[in-house]
Ligand binder design. Structure first.
Ligand SMILES: [Mg+2]
Length: 230
């Protein structure tokens, strides 16, 4: 039987859960290849951008700037490194999903809030939440590159609960990926809410989420229900 322990902490994935990172792909690729074409004038920026946006194995993954540089044999060159660096801290196009700011403000009064994100550089992730002006919402900020574990490894979820001083059954994780976010959180004994804003399918998800939301504003009601308060 599923736990009905009251919820004390809510942790969030960052990219494509709180903010639309995939939506910045084109702008970031344009900037990177603009930089690359200054050195390699034989290359066509628009062709490279188009290739970077082509889908890869998973539904929402793409070849990406790094993938294109690898195909060109330029990844390890000075021009390739400069192209990646140009886009690295380019956060201007990055936006929150609708309702995120208001929902976090509402939840702060009732729950401990934190972020658990897979990323090599903690500095980059901290800069993102500062750019989005939601950094003050989170007491806990766990980045895989610093924690030493990455989702879906249950140890990163346990680490987060330990920092917040809660049992895993008293914590909820909210994320956009079934394989990384939902499966990992459930394995750690947390409850998991799938933010399916992108029309994904639950087929084959095991274990599945405890709840699914399509809009961020649905979260307070879902948490109240999971907490047994509604
Ligand atoms: Mg994500």
């Amino acid at each position: 039987m599923r736990s009905s322990a009251p919820i004390r902490a809510v942790f969030f994935d960052l990219d494509d859960t709180l903010c639309d990172t995939i939506g910045t792909r084109e702008a970031r690729a344009r900037l990177a290849f603009e930089c690359l074409c200054q050195t390699h004038s034989e290359l066509d920026r628009d062709v490279l951008v188009k290739r970077a946006l082509e889908p890869r194995d998973e539904p929402r993954s793409a070849v990406g700037v790094r993938g294109v540089l690898m195909e060109l044999g330029l990844l390890e060159t000075a021009a390739g490194t400069a192209a990646l660096e140009a886009a690295r801290y380019y956060y201007e196009p990055l936006c929150l999903f609708d309702g995120v700011r208001e929902t976090l403000a509402e939840l702060m009064g009732s729950y401990e809030l934190g972020v658990i994100t897979n990323w090599e550089s903690e500095d980059e992730q901290r800069r993102k939440v500062e750019h989005l002006a939601i950094d003050s919402s989170f007491r806990y900020f766990i980045v895989s590159g610093s924690a030493g574990f990455e989702k879906p490894d249950l140890r990163i979820f346990e680490h987060a609960c330990g920092l917040a001083g809660v049992e895993s059954r008293e914590a909820v994780f909210v994320g956009d990926r079934l394989d990384v976010d939902i499966a990992g959180a459930r394995a750690a004994g947390m409850r998991a809410v799938w933010f399916n804003h992108w029309g994904g399918s639950l087929d084959g998800a095991s274990p599945g989420p405890d709840a699914v939301i399509g809009r961020f504003g649905e979260l307070p009601g879902v948490l109240a229900r999971l907490s047994g308060e509604a």
